[in-house]
Write a protein of this length. Sequence first.
Length: 169
Amino acid sequence: MSGWPARRNRTAAAAGTPPAARKPKQPAKPKLTPMEADLLTGVLELCELLRLFVYHSYDSITDRCPGLPDLIIVGPGGVLWRELKSARGGFRPGQPPWLLALHLAGQDVGVWRPADMVSQRIAAELQQIARFAPGYVPQELPAWLATILPADLIGDVRRWPPVPVPSRT
């Protein structure tokens, strides 16, 4: 039990550390409202059903890119950048600049609220990117991409998704 007193002494020494030398507290993680949580669950389930790739930032406040939209959804027909909000939810200071920058860059950026799930707007937008655009003609793969893809995928670039989408479970 010779380690126990040493640990106790380290704790006692840390208790006397001036506040400036202590590790700063992390800001509280954003809490989803029940409506936002239900909306997120519904969107993720639709994406899984349509075999779309999704990135969701679980802690956008402490991310390296605060304000980045909640969801980045990728399908053969495009990319959606979506911020999820409750019926009356507002924006945090870093969010509008991101939304504007993405819009100016020609990206499909927007905000989804629970009413958009009810009106089928979300399902329609997801279905639109879940299929190839009309008139799509596969391009030759760049050499760097061809070297990292499995051979069976290279022969059929119309296949979607190109790799199995990991399940959320």
